[in-house]
Design a protein around this ligand. Structure first.
Ligand SMILES: Nc1ncnc2c1ncn2[C@@H]1O[C@H](COP(=O)(O)OP(=O)(O)OP(=O)(O)O)[C@@H](O)[C@H]1O
Ligand SMILES: [Mg+2]
Length: 386
């Protein structure tokens, strides 16, 4: 397969450079400013992803369809390079133990053609949106898998929270577009990797003083479903609190197979109910009483709060559910290390089996990247629950 980009002579050299080094396997996705390709390094046989972006669209801040967008591939390149370099500074022991430095896709290279930018990063697996759709189908077929699914979710949550808190606390970076689509998972070992830093922002935190003014933000882009109420209402907000809100939406969706609400404002009755502390009532109406364990529900209640009352990074790290997730993950990692199956720990190839015996069969239905169309909201599956 060829990079399906019409290039002039300068870019032709870049295309040659890429195709000399990589086999192009397939287009993973069309994005607002280009394409995402899965490629294989001819020598190492390792998989990478090339994100291309039309320079003309980048320069005019517009999408292929002419809409204004905030995505910024150069910023994404700088952020990923910075994070990757930081992770190289860790000692070998730290590298093995820490989720934080393993929890994002590593930068490989950035090429500038005359018409396109090419960002090359490691391949992280399938995205959590697609993974969740597959797992929810299996759960519907076999309720006995619920316990194992809760374990898988714990394993994901431990990594997600540690990585995002590392971004906030050590790197002073907020992602600002956390979603199931922007988190990748290696189905072999359940290692997650956050991708898509096109909206992420570094904050200039002085004197190590992490007060909320230092993380004040006025960038309101991102996916409606995952946006906090203050972002939705376009009020200046604390970027860390906005990431934490998105984590809440992600955790809810993993447990329930559908997002909690479509938009975080009063027009959405589901949102109102959750903010009125009636999460249990809502789950009961949706017949999902046992979908979320009690300690995870407690964390969600602390997340789905107005910004000033929302749980902080520090509080989240010491929340009983998060501690439980970390312990489960640690035990599982130790067991794996003892089993010594290094090939399973490193290869993020697309696979069809999960180590936790939840059989992951390829979905017969084509999965589109819109959560609402595939992961139907529980509201729409039960007539007027409120
Ligand atoms: N490193 C990667 N490994 C595996 N899959 C990836 C990787 N990067 C991106 N993808 C896949 O491509 C999709 C889109 O990538 P990304 O999120 O970086 O683009 P995007 O900026 O969201 O594009 P747009 O906003 O235009 O849709 C991801 O949701 C994921 O499915
Ligand atoms: Mg994305």
């Amino acid at each position: 397969m060829e990079l399906s980009i019409r290039e002039n002579s300068t870019n032709f050299n870049i295309k040659n450079l890429i195709s000399n080094k990589y086999n192009i396997i397939k287009v993973l996705q069309s994005t607002v400013q280009g394409e995402i390709y899965l490629v294989e390094n001819k020598k190492s046989k390792k998989f990478y992803v090339i994100k291309t972006s039309f320079r003309i669209l980048y320069e005019n801040h517009i999408s292929k369809s002419g809409h204004n967008v905030n995505e910024d591939i150069i910023k994404e390149y700088c952020i990923l390079k910075h994070l990757t370099l930081l992770s190289h500074n860790k000692t070998d022991t730290e590298k093995v133990c820490s989720n934080d430095i393993n929890g994002f896709v590593k930068f490989r290279s950035f090429l500038i053609g005359t018409s396109h930018f090419y960002l090359i990063v490691e391949y992280g697996g399938i995205d959590l949106f697609e993974y969740n759709v597959k797992q929810q189908k299996n759960l519907k077929l076999n309720q006995n898998l619920t316990h194992e699914w809760h374990f898988v979710v714990s394993y994901i949550v431990a990594q997600l929270i540690q990585t995002v808190c590392y971004f906030h606390q050590t790197c002073h970076l907020c992602h600002l577009d956390l979603s199931l689509e922007n988190i990748l998972i290696n189905e072999h070992n359940l290692q997650i990797k956050i991708c898509d830093f096109g909206l992420a922002l570094f904050f200039d935190v002085k004197n190590g003083n992490n007060n909320c003014h230092q993380f004040k933000c006025k960038q309101f882009g991102g996916k409606t479903l995952y946006k906090s109420p203050e972002m939705t209402n376009q009020q200046p907000f604390d970027a860390r609190a906005a990431d934490i809100w998105s984590i809440g939406v992600i955790i809810f969706t993993l447990f329930c197979g559908a997002p909690p609400f479509e938009i975080a404002n009063e027009k959405d009755l589901r949102y109102q109910h959750i903010m009125d502390d009636k999460l249990d009532d809502l789950l009961s109406i949706w017949k999902l009483d046992h979908a979320i364990p009690d300690d995870a529900k407690d964390l969600l209640r602390a997340i789905f709060k107005p910004e000033k009352q929302r749980i902080t990074d520090e509080q989240m790290l010491s929340h009983p559910y998060v501690i439980k997730c970390n312990v489960l993950k640690h035990n599982m990692d130790c067991e794996r290390l003892l089993e010594q199956k290094p090939e399973n720990l490193s290869s993020p190839l697309p696979v069809s089996t999960s180590p936790l015996s939840i059989s992951v069969t390829p979905s017969p239905i084509s999965v589109t990247p819109s959560p609402i169309s595939v992961l139907q909201s529980p509201m729409s599956t039960s007539p007027s629950p409120i």
